[in-house]
Design a protein around this ligand. Structure first.
Ligand SMILES: Nc1ncnc2c1ncn2[C@@H]1O[C@H](COP(=O)(O)OP(=O)(O)OP(=O)(O)O)[C@@H](O)[C@H]1O
Ligand SMILES: NCC(=O)N[C@@H]1O[C@H](COP(=O)([O-])[O-])[C@@H](O)[C@H]1O
Ligand SMILES: [Mg+2]
Length: 387
């Protein structure tokens, strides 16, 4: 087969695996890159490479060798300054190299959202040292949230309830960041009623929104998501306004996961991923086009005539409780006996405490029943040690 387009995926986890499958469905040649071998997306891509994606030299080497039509970031931690240079040289970075750079660290995107676009966010400060952090926490007040500037899925993040906890929280942040520089963000703790991801697609035929996805997070990582999330008309309008504003500013084509907190008095912008979102895994079973199919269509410049929510649905990530080198999932038969329920096993080579290794996906005629089904499926699955 002659491939007319070549896609280079930077980051090869569970989200990228679905992107690769969708790209191949439209006849695209795919190359997966990550920091370790046999990553989920590598298992389905045409070719793969293992490199340190934060190393500009290694990143450039792969790009120059493969000369992809599309460079598609799948995680934040990439040498984004090199992506800017590559874009200047004519390579196409999704959605744009600037968007990848701004969302790579919490400071870039927070300052853009709160200071340039004047979007409502939690109060925040930045700190480079423990002393600056202590001072910032006092200014923001307790409880506050501390996060390394570059991290995801809650790594290095903690809620600091009192002055006595500052040392412990600082330590968590220093150990959890993706790169070891000490800078952190300290945020006001928002007592929200619920939080959502508003998947927003920028495609050749305009900006479109998916039905809001509600989710619950524990230790900064999602443990349940559902679609649609019940919101007032005013909340929906505010959420769309915020999503439109931030995605217009970031530009390019593709899907964006706009994370928002819904409080009684207002809708807060939290952060945005210029790529598919983990809580959006639920769209694999709820929509006419999943978030992955939408991303691929959008980045290839193909039209998206409409996005339809077919059924209410829910997802539950399957998270490992221990570190295992050889493992398997037991109870698949029971999980699949739950009505309208599917699972996806990501195929990560090894587990770590808290690592997501799969997901259960259910639909039903109500969100409540779909949530029940996804939980029943999750409860019947057991991680087995095969070493
Ligand atoms: N200022 C805040 N007030 C209250 N809760 C917060 C605040 N910031 C974060 N959280 C909670 O922690 C979760 C994770 O935070 P955040 O999205 O910033 O982290 P993350 O590591 O970037 O996560 P991911 O990469 O998975 O999206 C949020 O979804 C929310 O539940
Ligand atoms: N919240 C961001 C997110 O869910 N990202 C997804 O997790 C993978 C990393 O997983 P790992 O840490 O288990 O290798 C990433 O590659 C991406 O697919
Ligand atoms: Mg988040």
């Amino acid at each position: 087969m002659y491939y007319t387009k070549k896609l280079l995926l930077l980051g090869s986890g569970e989200l990228g695996k679905e992107v690769i499958i969708e790209a191949q469905r439209l006849g695209v040649e795919t190359i997966a890159v990550d920091r370790y071998e046999h990553a989920p997306a590598m298992q389905v891509a045409h070719r793969s490479y293992v490199i340190d994606m934060l190393d500009p030299k290694q990143l450039r080497e792969i790009v120059e060798k493969e000369k992809p039509d599309l460079i598609v970031p799948e995680i934040e931690a990439i040498a984004t300054s090199e992506l800017i240079k590559l874009e200047e040289e004519g390579f196409h970075v999704i959605p744009t190299a600037r968007a990848a750079k701004l969302t790579m660290d919490r400071e870039g995107i927070r300052r853009l959202a709160a200071e340039t676009l004047q979007l409502p966010t939690a109060k925040y400060r930045f700190a480079d040292t423990y002393e600056e952090f202590e001072q910032a926490a006092k200014e923001i007040g307790f409880p506050c949230v501390i996060k390394p500037l570059m991290s995801s899925s809650g790594k290095g993040q903690s809620v600091c309830h009192t002055e006595e906890e500052t040392e412990k929280c600082w330590k968590i942040a220093m150990e959890g960041g993706r790169v070891q520089n000490g800078r952190v963000i300290i945020e006001e703790f928002i007592r929200f009623d619920s939080e959502i991801t508003l998947l927003t697609v920028r495609a050749v035929n305009g900006t479109m929104f998916c039905a809001p996805i509600g989710h619950i997070q524990k230790d900064g990582d999602y443990i349940e998501s559902w679609q649609p999330h019940n919101m007032t008309e005013q909340q929906i309008q505010e959420a769309k306004k915020i999503a439109q504003s931030i995605t217009d500013e970031l530009g390019g084509y593709g899907i964006f996961g706009v994370e928002l907190f819904l409080a009684e008095e207002k809708v807060y912008f939290s952060e945005v991923s210029p790529r598919p979102h983990d809580t959006g895994l639920v769209t694999l079973v709820t929509q006419n086009l999943s978030e992955f199919a939408l991303h691929v269509r959008a980045i290839l410049g193909y039209p998206i005539p409409e996005i339809t929510l077919l059924f209410p649905g829910a997802s539950r990530p399957i998270k490992a409780q221990e570190e295992l080198n050889e493992y398997s999932l037991v109870g698949i038969e029971q999980a699949l006996a739950v009505p309208n329920t599917q699972i996806r096993v990501f195929g990560k080579p090894v587990t770590k405490v808290g690592r997501r290794i799969g997901v259960t996906l259910s639909t039903s005629n109500t969100v409540e029943k779909a949530k029940e089904n996804a939980k029943r499926a999750l409860d019947s699955l057991i991680l087995q040690n095969n070493t």
